[in-house]
Design a protein around this ligand. Structure first.
Ligand code: SAM
Length: 217
């Protein structure tokens, strides 16, 4: 997802109290950002942020970091936070980073992250772009460098080829596949606790079944 470039986005992001700047300085010290030692969950490629905002409200005993690489997209999430602020319901356990997830090991220390959510990640269908997929072995190696023991990756998509690729990469990287469904919304146990993302609403509304896996290194 790449929205029209909005010239004022950079200024708004720089001035936002919800965005952490100089993120590499916090490696190993994220506890200080949140002022507590609650577990940290990331959403990599959060888009406009609906999922992570809902999660932060539902799970106040966790800390959440939404990661997005495009200013124009992050800006949409910040606008939603301003709306929440106006209603007096901003979750204090949520921050955002404008960064490329390739740099994750420079931003978080080993054992600092308990969960990584990947929702409707870009499929990068060309083979020569496979390493850009957020479930590629190159990205799984990055996640190993920041996850704690028993840390998990949860991945949802409606894209069949990307899901199959992800299952292969998980196996090739020696990760343990803990949960796998090809139809999340009709899986009674998993559907109950499912929190929808913007893309999920759109694609499931078109009749596409949603696939989900949970894996750990
Ligand atoms: N997760 C949201 C959802 O389910 O509605 C948005 C999905 S959108 C298809 C994927 C998002 O991931 C885009 O906003 C894109 O900019 C972001 N993204 C892709 N690769 C990324 C990377 N390497 N680092 C950070 N964000 C990335």
């Amino acid at each position: 997802m790449r929205l029209r470039n909005i010239p004022a986005a950079k200024d708004e992001i720089s001035n936002s109290p919800y965005v952490v700047h100089g993120e590499k300085d916090y490696k190993g010290r994220w506890m200080n950002v949140f002022g507590n030692s609650n577990p940290i969950a990331l959403e990599v490629g959060m888009g406009k942020g609906r999922f992570i905002m809902d999660m932060a409200e539902l799970y106040p005993d966790w800390n959440f970091v939404g990661i997005e690489m495009y200013d124009s997209v992050l800006l949409r999430a910040l606008q939603k936070m301003d709306d929440k602020n106006a209603k007096g319901c901003v979750p204090g356990n949520l921050r955002f980073l404008r960064m490329d997830a390739r740099e994750l090991p420079e931003v978080f220390a080993k054992d600092e992250v308990a969960k990584i959510y990947l929702n409707f990640s870009d499929p990068w269908p060309k083979e020569r772009h496979a390493k850009r997929r957020l479930t590629s072995r190159q990205f799984l190696d990055r996640y190993v460098k920041i996850l704690c023991p028993d840390g998990l990756v949860e991945f949802k998509t409606d894209n069949g080829p990307l899901f199959e690729f992800s299952l292969e990469e998980i196996q090739a990287s020696g990760w343990e596949l803990m949960t796998c469904t090809y139809d999340l919304h009709h899986d009674r146990k998993l559907a109950e606790s499912n929190i929808m993302t913007e893309y999920e609403e759109k694609f499931s509304g078109m009749g596409n079944p949603i696939h989900k896996l949970i894996a750990r290194p």
